[in-house]
Design a binder for this molecule. Structure first.
Ligand code: CP
Ligand code: NVA
Length: 303
C-alpha cells in the first residue's frame, strides 16, 4: 500500500524517530559524497501554487542527490480542479511520477489528490499544515539538544500552519508546548482539541509572552501574516506586537535555549536582527536540514 505524508501524524512516533536518525545519517553520507541512490532515475512532481525558496530548492536538490530528478509545475500548467478534476490529475500524474509533492492553499485538495493518486503524495505546505518543515526542525533540535523528548517548546506569534504542525508533532513526541499568541490569532481549535485528547503532551495557549517563554528550551516563530493572508498584515501586527522575539523576551528562556524560525523572516517584525543573528539562533541549520529530513521522508515513502 502506498503511503502519503500530508501530516506528521501520518508517521507513528517510532517512525518519526527512525526518520530523524535516518536524516542525520543521510546528511553525513551526503557530505561524504555518498548519498544513497534510492530513486534510480525516478522523477518527482513538484507542484507549487505559492512562492518558495527553501522547499523548492531543497526538494529539487534532494531528488538529484537521491539519484532522481524533479519537474517544477505551477498552476498555470495544471489549473488543478479547473482545467480538469483532481481525480484525473492524480491518475495521470501517477503514470509519470514516482511521487507527487504539492504546495497549495487548500489542505482538502491535497487530501483529495492523495486519495486518488497511485503514488505517494507529499504535502509541501498548505494553509493548514507544513509537515516537511517540522521534520527538518525536529532534526535540528535533536542535533542541538541531543534529544527531542520532554522539551519546553514555545511558539510565539500567529496561530497558523506551523502552529498546527507543532500541535500535530506534540501528538507523537512528548513535549511541553506553549503557544504564545493573541486571542485574535489562535491556531486551529480542532487540532488543539485533538492534541489535548491525544494526551501525550501538555499544550497551553498563553496570552502573556513573558510567561510563555519562561524557562523554554526552544523559542520558535514564523511570519505574522502567511502567504495568502498578506492583506491582514497590519491587523495581525497590531494583535501580535507584544510577541516579537527580541533579546528581552529571549532572556526569559533557559540560558541554552535555541531560537528557531522556519523562514522567510520579516526581520524587525516577528524577530529582531540581533536575535536572528545571535549564537542562539539555529535558523540556517533548520533551512539546511529541510534537505536531509525530506530525503529521509522520500526514502521511507519510496522504499
Ligand atoms: N520554510 C519554507 O518552507 O520556506 P519556503 O516558503 O521558502 O519554501
Ligand atoms: N506560515 C508561513 C510559512 C512559510 C514557510 C506561510 O504559510 O506563509
Amino acid at each position: 500500500m502506498k503511503r502519503d505524508f500530508l501530516s506528521v501524524t501520518d508517521f507513528t512516533s517510532e517512525e518519526i524517530r527512525e526518520n530523524l536518525e535516518l536524516a542525520i545519517e543521510v546528511k553525513k553520507k551526503t557530505k561524504q559524497g555518498e548519498c544513497p541512490n534510492v530513486l534510480k532515475g525516478g522523477v518527482g512532481a513538484l507542484i507549487f501554487h505559492k512562492a518558495s525558496l527553501r522547499t523548492r530548492c531543497s526538494f529539487e536538490v534532494g531528488f538529484r542527490q537521491l539519484g532522481g530528478s524533479a519537474v517544477y509545475i505551477t498552476d498555470k500548467e495544471i489549473e488543478l480542479g479547473k482545467r480538469e478534476s483532481i481525480y484525473d490529475v492524480a491518475k495521470v500524474m501517477s503514470r509519470y511520477f514516482a511521487v507527487i509533492c504539492i504546495r497549495t492553499f487548500s489542505h482538502e485538495n491535497v487530501a483529495e489528490l492523495a486519495r486518488h493518486a497511485d503514488v505517494p503524495v507529499v504535502n509541501m505546505l498548505t494553509d493548514l499544515l507544513h509537515p516537511c518543515q517540522l521534520m527538518g526542525d525536529m532534526q535540528t533540535i535533536l542535533e542541538h539538544k541531543g534529544t527531542i523528548d520532554n522539551l519546553t517548546v514555545t511558539y510565539l506569534g500567529d496561530g497558523n500552519n506551523l502552529t498546527n504542525s507543532w500541535m500535530r508533532m506534540a501528538q507523537r513526541i512528548p513535549m511541553n508546548l506553549r503557544i504564545g499568541t493573541s486571542p485574535e490569532t489562535l491556531p486551529s481549535p480542532e487540532i488543539l482539541e485533538e492534541t489535548r485528547k491525544a494526551g501525550l503532551s501538555q499544550v497551553e495557549i498563553i496570552h502573556d509572552p513573558k510567561k510563555a517563554v519562561k524557562d523554554a528550551d526552544v523559542i520558535y516563530t514564523d511570519v505574522w501574516a502567511s502567504m495568502g493572508q498578506k492583506d491582514k498584515s497590519s491587523q495581525k501586527a497590531e494583535a501580535l506586537k507584544g510577541f516579537q522575539v527580541n533579546s528581552e523576551l529571549v532572556s526569559q528562556a533557559k540560558k541554552d535555549a535555541i531560537v528557531m524560525h522556519c523562514l522567510p523572516a520579516e526581520r524587525g517584525r516577528e524577530i529582531t536582527d540581533d536575535v536572528m543573528d545571535s549564537p542562539q539562533s539555529v535558523v540556517f541549520d533548520e533551512a539546511e536540514n529541510r534537505l536531509h529530513a525530506q530525503k529521509a521522508v522520500l526514502i521511507k515513502l519510496l522504499g
